[in-house]
Design a protein around this ligand. Structure first.
Ligand SMILES: Cc1cc2nc3c(=O)[nH]c(=O)nc-3n(C[C@H](O)[C@H](O)[C@H](O)COP(=O)(O)OP(=O)(O)OC[C@H]3O[C@@H](n4cnc5c(N)ncnc54)[C@H](O)[C@@H]3O)c2cc1C
Ligand SMILES: NC(=O)c1ccc[n+]([C@@H]2O[C@H](COP(=O)([O-])OP(=O)(O)OC[C@H]3O[C@@H](n4cnc5c(N)ncnc54)[C@H](OP(=O)(O)O)[C@@H]3O)[C@@H](O)[C@H]2O)c1
Length: 487
């Protein structure tokens, strides 16, 4: 079933899709549709409802630059507040009416003759836009560990991103697998309810104090009423977070003060030397995301909590058995085991010009020109594409730069009368080679840890290697000489 063709299809209604839609409208492009597989908008902030879920970049920075929210209740807003911010923003800019909920994109194929994309939904509907902007995010396909015997387990299991709120944890024996950004937020809440909690830790994270506090009403009023205060506060946060990137990107040895802060926090909060040894990382800080928490270490010190560092050997009907032979009886297993990041991008079934498949282009690893476009894929844009993630600041900043880049490409098409545009292969090669050279000496490759930032070959396909203002300076405007235009 083929439909009237909107000029532009946006996929996803998280920060990226909504931001793109708003900016399109403001720039005079009204003929677009947002396709969203879920029944609600918000992406990450709709899916993740686990107890304790919040951002770890201060909210005044983790929000759109064009839609400041003076009313944030605290420094790091909880998930429901971020979700309602996105809902409010979608309504204010009237982009909700462009969203088609329950519309999962299955495949996209470029029609060489018509110079349009065939965007096929799961229900068979085909839309034929001139351009596609993917805002599908990277953290939405839950990753489950391959645990021997898991199919025999008779208790309850669920992932942090698919929290089972109908399951009452009160008094239960709970296993939590993983100690990443999600787990450190929900473990303290679960520990308070569960009878026993066994935390299976493979690699301890570096954790610093979370400078979190509520904003009293008068402060919120000042943010709201006094011109420039909210903007100034946001700018202050931005530069403070950028200072953290110096160690990540220039020389990991410059992260000494960061590591000192994390060690000080650990020593202050964990008195028991045995537990302290278990949760002390042995890799350079920043190699994995630096986490912020004030209640995680105290939760581990509770009498009903055990930190298990021996690997999981087997799961039985009612227990988890570790490699040292110990058997832990449990009623429930909660996976805090993260997401399939590279798969999320690779999962898109995209066929570009001349029938070339994205998977073929990406056989040696995923990459994009300036994080956004791919040679051979005309008028196909990716927000938060390869190497645009961050370990130190708000990705909403990166998304907004990419949105400017997309708009600049669309204007280039308008100004030249061209119908399609794609990056020249040599321009994309130069950009990616330069970036990978820089990444080779960064903490994520040199820091002595493994993480989802690296692909199977150990190449960093996810993070931007520098300061975010460098990304802004170099990538917000399309450079015409880097693109092939089809007239
Ligand atoms: C718990 C959690 C906390 C986080 N906290 C922070 C933070 O503090 N700071 C920070 O910078 N980053 C944080 N992140 C990263 C976060 O993912 C990004 O900041 C941001 O929300 C990504 O927005 P997005 O729009 O790109 O993707 P998403 O929010 O993932 O939205 C993608 C949307 O696309 C839809 N979609 C996907 N595939 C399809 C398809 N085939 N067809 C149709 N629709 C599709 C999805 O349903 C979803 O609605 C956090 C991530 C998690 C999981
Ligand atoms: N703002 C926030 O506060 C916040 C909150 C949640 C998520 N996020 C974002 O979302 C990303 C994902 O966070 P996440 O915590 O969901 O995932 P994650 O950071 O990838 O952490 C996954 C955890 O599961 C462990 N794990 C994975 N497979 C395992 C296995 N087979 N056996 C044992 N342990 C296993 C990992 O151990 P190893 O370390 O050994 O691999 C790690 O501790 C973050 O990096 C961040 O960008 C942010």
């Amino acid at each position: 079933m083929s439909e009237r063709a909107p000029a532009i299809v946006i996929i996803g209604s998280g920060f990226a899709g909504l931001g793109m839609a708003i900016r399109l409208k403001q720039s005079g492009f009204h003929d677009f549709v947002i396709l969203e597989k879920s029944e609600a908008l918000g992406g990450t902030w709709h899916d993740n409802t686990y107890p304790g879920c919040a951002c770890d970049v201060p909210s005044h920075m983790y929000s759109f630059s064009f839609e400041l929210n003076p009313g944030w209740s605290r420094m790091f807003a909880p998930q429901p507040e971020i979700r309602s911010y996105l809902e409010r923003t979608a309504d204010k800019y009237r982009v909700r009416e462009h969203i088609r909920f329950g519309s999962r994109v299955d495949a996209m194929e470029y029609q060489d003759d018509a110079r349009r994309w065939n965007v096929t939904l799961t229900d068979g509907t085909v839309l034929t836009p001139r351009a596609v902007v993917s805002g599908i995010g990277a953290l939405h396909i839950p990753s489950f560990p391959d645990l021997p015997g898991i199919e025999k387990f008779e208790g309850t299991t669920f992932h942090s991103a698919e929290w089972d709120h109908s399951y009452d944890l009160t008094g239960k024996r709970v296993a939590v697998i993983g100690t990443g950004a999600s787990a450190i937020q929900f473990v303290p809440r679960v520990a308070k309810k569960a009878g026993e909690l066994v935390l299976f830790q493979r690699t301890p994270p570096w954790i610093q104090r979370k400078p979190d506090f509520p904003f009293p009403r008068p402060v919120r009023t000042v943010f709201d009423k006094v011109p420039g205060v909210a903007r100034g506060f946001r700018d202050g946060i931005y530069w403070a977070l950028e200072a953290r990137a110096i160690g990540f990107t220039i020389d990991p040895r410059l992260s000494g003060p960061q590591e000192w802060l994390a060690r000080w926090h650990l020593h202050r909060q964990v008195r028991d030397p045995e537990l302290r040894a278990k949760v002390t990382p042995d890799y350079t800080i920043g190699c994995k995301r630096i986490l912020l928490s004030n209640d995680y270490y105290p939760a581990l010190s509770r009498p009903n909590v055990t930190v298990e560092t021996s690997g999981i050997a087997e799961v039985r009907e009612h227990s988890v058995v570790t490699e040292d032979g110990e058997e832990h009886e449990v009623d429930c297993i909660i996976y805090g085991t993260g997401f399939k990041v590279v798969d999320a991008l690779n999962e898109l079934r995209v066929t570009g010009r001349d029938g070339v498949k994205l998977q073929e282009i990406w056989a040696a690893g995923i990459e994009a020109h300036r994080g956004t476009m791919i040679p051979g894929m005309p008028n196909f844009f990716m927000l938060l594409g390869p190497n645009t993630g961050l370990g130190h600041n708000s990705v909403v900043f990166m998304i907004e730069v990419q949105i400017q880049q997309v708009l600049s490409c669309l204007r280039l098409l308008q100004d030249t009368g061209a119908v399609a545009l794609e990056p020249k292969p040599e321009a994309a090669r130069r950009f990616n080679d330069r970036m990978q050279r820089r990444l080779r000496r960064a903490v994520w490759n040199e820091g002595g840890c493994s993480s989802w930032y690296l692909d199977d070959q150990g190449v960093n396909r996810t993070l931007w290697p520098g300061h975010t203002f460098e990304f802004w300076a170099g990538n917000r405007k399309a450079k015409p000489e880097e693109y092939l235009l089809t007239r």
